[in-house]
Design a protein around this ligand. Sequence first.
Ligand code: RB5
Length: 150
Amino acid sequence: MKIGLASDHAGFPLKKGVIVYLQENGIAYFDYGSAEGEKVDYVDFAERAIVGYQAGECDRLILVCGTGIGMTMVANKFKGIRATLCCDEYMAEMSRAHNDSNCLTIGGRILPVDEGVFIVKTWVETEYEGGRHQARLDKIAKIEDQNFKA
Ligand code: RB5
């Protein structure tokens, strides 16, 4: 599995912690930015990472801003993205097991780095359960098909 990462300036310190976790665990990743010290708009970096994901450059996304809210809002505007803002391990586990989250969003100003990394670890390691949950995701996809042009 290859993970695509992106952050704005507010999410950068937590993204740095996530990168250490991925490196220590031999998980492949690509960092779509931003770089340290840049003051940027989360919108641009979410878009950059999602375009990469849609082109097949990575298998899942982790997006980090100050609260995680802005990244979530942008990501869920893109077809096929199931972005889930997770503030604790239970949300991270359920977002994978029940919602088949393909985009974890977290807040660098909300979570200490160690907690954020634990959320990432839980999200990375939890499998989607399928079964009864798939019909619900199919309903979301149908709404998406009715409302998105591309
Ligand atoms: C940046 O100041 C902040 O607004 C952003 O990181 C994010 O929290 C938006 O949702």
